[in-house]
Ligand binder design. Structure first.
Ligand SMILES: Nc1ncnc2c1ncn2[C@@H]1O[C@H](COP(=O)(O)OP(=O)(O)O)[C@@H](O)[C@H]1O
Ligand SMILES: [Mg+2]
Length: 500
């Protein structure tokens, strides 16, 4: 339990302790949380809840007739999956989640799908708890808070200098498949609420603010954000909870566009112009990525990786490979070949090579790109949410992003091929592979043209990062979507044989 004490005001019982309210909510959250897409601990038993902070953004009014809005940071403790010996208690881990809960006496029928439950006893008895951001009134209230900088309880609302956020915009919850929750306001702004909270400044705010200061138009600028100092990060900064960005209306998602382009290639005899147009787009996307990298290198401190750092990087990758091979037997066959990618990386350091590192996107793929009338934009600078924040904020070789994007082209090609609803076609696999190759090359060529280095000249680094990513994908697919496992396994087979 944290040391934060708080008070919940509801009409029936005005001063409730955090513990009492949490007791009332715990049984509801126990059932509801594991069903949420953004809940990271699926499949592990929840063993406890503790409240980090609670802030009443709006009290329930008129004996429950107008809804209240409650902001909670809840630490969810779970039994870890690791095996344990019988005489020791099972290992546990905990994650902190951000919840915005609506409280109402009578839930309107159009919000029935947002219902979380109705506490049977205690201070919230008689109220229905629901997901607040489904309710336009409560989502609108959050926007109003963001428009007016200041503190409320443990929360701090901040605005970017000179940013204008219109009032009265109509909110709608984004339906995009995502690991956080986003609300689009009118066609002007989009608010991303981080769900799993790591103490400290989120790179999705840190990097987008830095890019805006550089005048980089490839990334939507943050207009406002909110944060808490309970807890602070290990560098003493507040913890980011949500970022409001300018919305790009009518933008085309790079992943969807990529899939459509592969589909044209797979449909024999059809017009191929869509495919060629996409290759030109891949080139432009490479250019946009290089521009963002250059701006990040100017904006934030970098580092130079020498032998110890390169060896440590390679060792981390080799460890992840071993862990993945232990969990996915099909990977064992490729392990020796894949290890050479990491051995070659360590060897770079031993041969005295120094590698420049800088802040990067950290989780770049086609689904993190949007094509607007004004060219390609990159979004979601959070990095890989599963990795610790301190690691995500470290300078890294820029080619890590390039390698990740190359994996995404491969995924788009194979994904389309595997889901195509047409008669079996022996040539499809080769055509999809060719599409990936052409677009990967176009992306690299665009990157080289706009950036200060050509990723194709950095074969050892590229192969190591691409391998590390493919190994990660193998483990992810084995756990979450076994039917997709052939995609990264095929990449691993290729990468294992790719030494030169
Ligand atoms: N500035 C924006 N303009 C238009 N759409 C956006 C914008 N930012 C995000 N989106 C949409 O929301 C989706 C999720 O955003 P993202 O930042 O990637 O969230 P997550 O961290 O949950 O993956 C994107 O795939 C995109 O469709
Ligand atoms: Mg995303």
């Amino acid at each position: 339990m944290s040391d934060t004490s708080w008070t919940l005001h509801v009409p029936a019982a005005p001063h409730l302790s955090a513990g009492t309210a949490m007791n009332a909510l715990a049984p509801l959250l126990h059932d509801w949380l594991p069903r949420q897409r953004w809940f990271a601990g699926k499949g592990h038993r929840i063993t406890g809840f503790s409240l980090r902070s609670g802030t009443e953004l709006l009290p329930v009014g008129g004996t429950g007739r107008t809804p209240g809005l409650l902001h909670l940071l809840v630490e969810v403790e779970q039994a870890a999956a690791a095996p344990h010996s019988g005489d020791r208690p099972p290992p546990r881990h905990s994650d902190c989640y951000q919840l915005l809960l609506g409280l109402t006496g009578v839930l309107a029928p159009h919000l029935a799908h947002a219902r979380i439950g109705r506490p049977e006893s205690g201070p919230l008895e008689g109220l229905t708890v629901y997901e607040a951001m489904h309710d336009p009134r409560l989502a609108g209230l959050l926007l109003e808070r963001l428009r007016a900088p200041g503190s409320l309880g443990g929360l701090r609302f901040r605005r970017s200098a000179g940013s204008a956020v219109p009032a009265g915009l109509t909110p709608r919850l984004s339906t995009a498949e995502q690991s956080n929750t986003s609300i689009v306001y009118g066609d002007s702004c989009i608010l991303k609420l981080f769900r799993r909270i790591s103490p400290g400044r989120n790179p999705d705010l840190e990097l987008t603010l830095a890019l805006a200061r550089q005048g980089c138009s490839r990334v939507p600028a943050p207009a406002a954000w909110f944060e808490t100092v309970h807890p602070r990060g290990d560098r003493g900064e507040p913890t980011t909870l949500g970022v409001l960005q300018h919305y790009l209306p009518g933008a085309l998602d790079g992943w969807d566009w990529g899939l459509a382009a592969v589909d044209t290639v797979l449909g024999e005899g059809r017009d191929r112009s869509g495919d060629e147009a996409f290759t030109a787009e891949s080139f432009l996307l490479g250019r946009a990525t290089a521009e963002v990298h250059s701006a990040l290198a100017r904006a934030l401190p970098g580092a130079v990786l020498h032998r110890p750092q390169l060896e440590a990087l390679a060792a981390g990758m080799a460890e992840r490979l071993d862990a993945a091979a232990a969990a996915v037997p099909a990977l064992v066959h490729h392990r020796a070949g894949l290890r050479t990618a990491f051995a070659d990386l360590a060897d770079l350091g031993r041969r005295g090579r120094a590698v420049t590192a800088q802040r990067i996107h950290g989780d770049l793929h086609l689904g993190q790109t949007l094509r607007t009338e004004d060219g390609w934009k990159l979004i979601d600078f959070e990095g890989e949410p599963a990795r610790p924040l301190s690691e995500r904020r470290m300078p890294q070789p820029a080619v890590r992003d390039v390698a990740a994007m190359l994996r995404s082209f491969d995924y788009a090609a194979r994904w389309s091929e595997m889901t195509a609803e047409r008669p079996p076609d022996p040539g499809a696999c080769a055509r999809a592979a060719r599409w990936a190759e052409v677009n990967r090359a176009a992306f690299c060529a665009g990157y080289a043209e706009a950036g200060d280095h050509d990723p194709r000249d950095e074969h050892v680094l590229m192969r190591a990062f691409e391998t590390d990513k493919a190994v990660y994908e193998v483990l992810y697919e084995a756990r979450n979507r076994p039917s997709w496992l052939p995609i990264p396994l095929a990449a691993c087979a290729r990468l294992a044989a790719a030494r030169r």
